[in-house]
Design a protein around this ligand. Sequence first.
Ligand code: ADP
Ligand code: ZN
Length: 530
Amino acid sequence: AFGTVQVVGQDPREVLAGVFGYDAFRGEQEEIVRHVINGGDAVVLMPTGGGKSICYQIPALVREGTGIVLSPLVALMHDQVAALTLVGVRAAALNSSMSLEERREVEQAYRAGQLDVLYLAPERLSAPGTIDFLRQGRIALFAIDEAHCVSQWGHDFRPDYLRLGALAEYWPDVPRIALTATATPETHRELTERLHLEKAKHFVSSFDRPNIRYRIEAKQSVRAQLIAFIRGEHAGDAGIVYALSRKRVEQTAKALREAGIDAVPYHAGLPAEVRLRAQTRFLREDGVVVVATVAFGMGIDKPDVRFVAHIDLPKSIEGYYQETGRAGRDGLPAQAWLAYGLADVVQQRQLIESGDGDAATRLNQTRHLNQMLSLCEGVTCRRQFLLNYFGQQGSATCGNCDVCVNPPKLWDATVPAQMLLSTVLRTQRERNRTFAAGQHIDVLRGTASDRVTQLRLDELTTWGIGAEWTVAQWRGVVRHLLATGVLEARGEWGVLAPAEAAKPVLRGEERVMMREEVVVRAATRGRGTR
Ligand code: ADP
Ligand code: ZN
């Protein structure tokens, strides 16, 4: 019932060809595999699609006993087990979604030494009896997948991972290999320490994906921008569009279909068979665009995804990099396209504020968001920024991102920034009111609305002083100041308040340099004048 392969003690290259059907190892795979086969611990940092699974699957086959794989996602486990079974590897998983009978069968096979690979969710280790159960079999190695989840400072902390440190005490002689695609230098250090991998050898691959072109645009009318992007540059291509909410997923998929693009929605709220059909169409047919929440993509291995588009701001660079990494695994040109705007910044800050995390969690989420915003607002090479974030070197210009291809003009926005800040301060001080961005922009541009007149905002000294800039430019300034922490957006309405960092700007000690980007051009071209 559990496959047939018997390759204990064989040369890893023969296993690679004989079991997996590949001609050669990629990158550092062979070194990693041999190191673990020889009983060494390993920490493997490899980008998505780099080929991490082979790094523990082959040692699990070659070494005597069962390779125990700790993996956080039950759905992924099943896919992996299915894929391994298909090539004849004796693989199984143990998780709470299985019936007692199914579990018994797997447990028995493990005890009898009939499993090459056994997948476990990390929380199972804390279940009573699991350690004793594991002791009844022979263990070839422990593989800790998505190892960044042990890092409290990472973007995806899972408390159950903390238990994994104990494996070193229970089984000091069993090699352990920790793998992740998203480790900053801090996370790398932290996971090494918490998993007690002090003696491990570290294998750090380059995180660069040279064939992916990174592009970040200011949001105007995001659906129109997305449709123009797909039609203009990716007609008939397979792609993934990421959105934050289920509702936006469905609305966007519908809009794309109406524009003649073969788009299907995917999110966790859809029935399993609908999701499966979307996934199958995406994998098997040409030119299907999946519009999805982040629930889509893990474990999906489609080499010719030509673009990944984000129509909402990702919560962290780690997430952004993992999601964009699904583009162009075949090495051919691919694009990562992101549109973001003022509303994204306000919304993400609110999500953090209203979230159920404690103060430390919120601080951590804010840190991740701020890094993401620095990338977006930045005026340097995107690739270099991303690589530096992951502790790696990039050349100053990559020649394959929007900044390198089309260098942004810098705009000295110090004066409008000061105008905006003083308007925020004045409405607070002189009218004892706080407002969201829209009201302030009306005041600055001298746009009279009922509300403005009613509150006598047109008597403020800042009334109409910023009429020379468009609404879109003003929204760009607000966005930039929010992104760089000069302004804060508070409460449900996102009312603006100056932060500590506003003082040097108001005093003229610090200049505000931002990109003069699509905002400006799109505003004069499109529907920018409200
Ligand atoms: P990761 O977990 O790092 O994202 P996977 O282990 O899923 O990557 O591997 C990505 C893809 O590359 C899979 O389709 C896998 O079968 C394939 N692959 C891995 N190693 C090799 C190799 N040496 N030769 C050819 N294909 C490989
Ligand atoms: Zn670049």
